[in-house]
Design a protein around this ligand. Structure first.
Ligand code: PLP
Length: 388
């Protein structure tokens, strides 16, 4: 299996697994919130992990709120973070976990605005300026650091500067960016940031919302997020020690390796595009790369006009790639991200996303391009590919 779906989920780094295993053994029993020696041991491990998460984004440990993943972190930021009398402004290419919060915010009476993006998926800071001026109220702005479908990197520092001029709070879903990009919250002027373990070679089922003052979202409900009052009442529930430890190590590895990873993986991404172009460009002149060319190192999104991308992937069982966000793949809807970039629905359906990562090799990249090309020319293991 050639695994080119790192944007959907990254394999667990062996060092992360090694660090987690002792905390899954019976002798490591101990609730990290309990007041005895076993509990304190677990609490120490959790706090060490919290410090690693904070260090990755230039925050303080006390600003890190562990969650079950980025979906929960985004929901806590948006549903709990919009000022009481204020509005919410997000970009059109945010992850579904944010867009899903918007109807609820509208229901609660908050004005909600969605920022358009250009043909590469980038938000224009002038557009944010216009929206904040016309809102004329306190606001929470949320714009992702890098897009999970086309890899476009947003001008966060400029957006944060615009938000600051209007006294607005700014949050960023940095799930996809942190493995290969340095993001320092104070330097960027960010108040909130979401991250996820399984996009960083860490475990599934854990993530974090990092909140810097004055941003302090309110938990969704007293019986829900607040629960037993853990994590300063922001998000209750017993913390999963092995998952926290795994996330902490994953963040430390990201900090140590992101520069080298970014350089190597971006090279492989460009190699994949070159190979696809060499093999298919003559026959399929409409073959196109989506998003900004200087986007996320591990992301290559291509449109192969005339194909049905979902069918194509089913025809290539030895290749793990995606038609877009993993969350959308099952729904059969065209990607809202590609539509926001201006692609017609037919082209959005004809687009494939390749997610390259730390373990990807040049041989895999060449083999993936060859498999796809062979399938498209009718020489693939499943015979000629149907066109939609
Ligand atoms: N935000 C982005 C940009 C993502 O790509 C994803 C996962 O696909 C999420 C949020 C949700 O993350 P999690 O799986 O941790 O809930």
């Amino acid at each position: 299996m050639i695994y080119l779906d790192h944007l959907a989920s990254t394999p667990l780094d062996p060092l992360v697994l090694e660090a987690m295993l002792p905390w899954m053994r019976p002798e490591a029993a101990g609730n990290p919130h309990a007041a005895h020696r076993a509990g304190w041991r677990a609490a120490d491990a959790v706090e060490e992990a919290r410090a690693e998460v904070a260090a990755l984004v230039g925050a303080r440990p006390g600003e890190v709120v562990f969650t079950s993943g980025a979906t929960e972190a985004n929901a806590l930021a948006l549903l709990g973070g919009v000022p009481p009398e204020g509005g919410c402004i997000v970009s059109a290419v945010e992850h579904a976990s944010e867009l899903a919060c918007l109807p609820e915010l509208r229901r609660r009476g908050h004005p909600v605005a969605v920022l358009p993006v250009d043909g590469t998926g980038r938000v224009d800071p002038a557009e944010l300026e216009r929206h904040l001026s016309s809102l004329g109220k306190p606001a929470l702005v949320s714009v992702m650091a890098a897009n999970n479908e086309v890899g476009t990197i947003q001008p966060l520092a400029e957006l944060a500067a615009v938000a600051a001029c209007h006294g607005a709070t700014i949050h960023s879903d940095a799930v996809q960016a942190l493995g290969t990009l340095a993001l320092d919250m104070p330097a960027l002027g960010l108040h909130g940031l979401s991250l996820s373990g399984h996009k960083l070679y860490g475990p599934m089922g854990i993530g974090a919302l990092v909140v810097r003052p004055p941003f302090r979202p309110v938990p969704a409900s007293a019986g829900g997020s607040a629960g037993g009052g853990q994590q300063r009442g922001l998000r209750g529930g017993t913390l999963p020690t092995p998952l926290c430890v795994g996330l902490g190590i994953a963040c430390r590895l990201a900090r140590e390796r992101r520069e080298e990873d970014a350089r190597r993986i971006a090279g492989l991404r460009d190699r994949l595009w070159d190979r696809l172009h060499d093999l298919l460009g003559d026959r399929l002149p409409g073959l196109r790369r989506n998003g900004a060319a200087d986007g996320l190192a591990g992301c290559l999104n291509v449109t192969i006009p005339g194909i049905d991308a979902a069918d194509r992937l089913l025809d290539l069982p030895e290749l793990a790639a995606s038609t877009g966000s993993a969350c959308h793949s099952a729904a059969g809807e065209p990607s809202h991200v590609l539509l926001a970039l201006g692609l017609p629905a037919a082209d959005a359906h004809a687009s494939l996303r390749f997610g390259l990562g730390r373990g990807t090799t040049a041989e895999e990249v060449d083999a993936a391009a060859a498999l796809l090309a062979a399938a498209l020319s009718g020489r693939g293991p499943a015979g000629p590919l149907r066109t939609a």
